[in-house]
Design a binder for this molecule. Structure first.
Ligand code: PLP
Length: 374
């Protein structure tokens, strides 16, 4: 078998084709329509929130949620340093300033005691914190049992970045349902896709109505296009919502395939001292991207060397997110660090994890790893 094996390619087939074709034939093409309404209802039901708003991306949903909780010029928003840039960028779009906080080693999720320390320091210096944005890293929920009371005590709303975590749970509650608002991404590499898209989730009807209005060009309800706010063109199209509904039908079976792949990696690395799987202590994660963390003193090899070995065989493998405090664009931002994000960046490697990977592709990956391990 040849051809590049990707980390998490889209998993679409005949069901998606039939849903999208039906949406086209229905005439609801430009741009909203009944598929959007149904997708919002079905996703809210799945995650367990009262309301949902489908958006053109997860980044757009984050931007709207942050605006709705009051992020803007003169405020700061706390963001884990170990995340994809979109989490921090959405803060900057509002005019607020991101302040970064480090993570804990087992999952790469926000370090809650360090967050509590940071909130105390920000309060002592009189800075207004508009929100904390925990990220459910690689599909494992942050420690909300500890985090929510810390944020409540500080009077700071939580906007949950669950972009990677649809299908994950913590104590029976679904990722996306923990904060004042939660955000999902349906980008092409996520557990389900609308090719591009996202969802804002909340129990707060007023918040969702405000976001819906801002996402629809902030049009006042009159015929002549009256505007009293700056709006955005952030709604998901009806055709893409149809794709999302088909994917949602298949979500559980796609998640099972990811879990089976995770078990295969677990077995493969069980006998390799010095290698652990990030977030593996939490069986309620969605197994979005299986990531190993390598201790080179024990293995005798680095994550980068295994990554190079796989990429040379046309198998995609990447480091975890480069921490935001190391990004040139965020050089000047404040950060409270403990070294964990940098350690995970230096020693972590994400492996092909998609539900669309065929058995022969999975065999190619595991054979290449076994060959490397000797
Ligand atoms: C943690 C995190 N936040 C936000 C996003 C942004 O989502 P989108 O690509 O749908 O804008 C992503 C992924 O792309 C992500 O991984």
């Amino acid at each position: 078998m040849t051809g590049r094996i990707h980390l998490s390619p889209p998993d679409v087939g005949p069901l998606e084709e039939s849903y999208v074709m039906a949406a086209i034939r229905s005439g609801w093409v430009a741009p909203l329509g009944p598929e959007v309404d149904a997708f919002e209802t079905e996703m809210a039901r799945r995650v367990g929130t009262r309301y949902a708003l489908a958006t053109s991306s997860g980044t757009a949903a984050l931007h709207l949620a942050l605006l709705a909780v009051g992020a803007g010029p003169g405020t700061v928003v706390v963001v884990p340093t170990l995340t994809f840039a979109a989490t921090a960028n959405a803060v900057v779009y509002t005019g607020a300033e991101p302040v970064f906080v480090d993570c804990e080693p087992a999952t790469g999720n926000i370090d809650v005691p360090l967050l509590a320390d940071l909130l105390d320091r920000l309060s002592a210096t009189g800075r207004r914190v508009a929100a904390v944005v925990p990220v459910d890293m690689f599909g494992v929920c942050a420690d909300y049992d500890a985090l929510l009371p810390v944020c409540a005590a500080a009077g700071v709303p939580v906007v949950e970045d669950a972009a990677e975590a649809l299908g994950a749970t913590r104590r029976g509650r679904s990722a996306g349902a923990f904060g004042r608002a939660g955000v999902l991404s349906f980008n092409g590499n996520k557990v389900m896709t609308t090719s591009g898209g996202g969802m804002l989730l909340s129990d707060d009807g007023e918040l969702v109505a405000r976001c819906r209005y801002l996402a629809t060009q902030a049009r006042q309800p009159v015929l002549h296009y009256e505007h009293t706010d700056i709006g955005y063109n952030y709604r998901l199209s009806n055709l893409l919502a149809a794709l999302g509904r088909a994917q949602l039908h298949r979500l559980d079976s796609m998640l099972s395939r990811r879990r089976a792949l995770r078990e295969r990696y677990t077995k493969l690395f069980a006998a390799v001292p010095g290698v652990r799987l990030l977030g593996d202590g939490d069986p309620t994660g969605n197994c979005w991207l299986t990531t190993i963390v390598v201790d080179p003193d024990r293995t005798g090899w680095t994550a980068a060397r295994l990554g190079a070995h796989l990429n040379a065989r046309d198998i995609e493998a990447r480091p975890v997110w480069k921490p935001m405090h190391l990004q040139p664009v965020y050089r000047a931002a404040d950060a409270l660090l403990n070294g964990t994000a940098e350690h995970l960046f230096d020693n972590g490697l994400t492996l092909p994890s998609g539900s669309a990977l065929g058995a022969d592709q999975v065999d190619r990956v595991t054979t290449a790893i076994e060959e490397f391990l000797g």
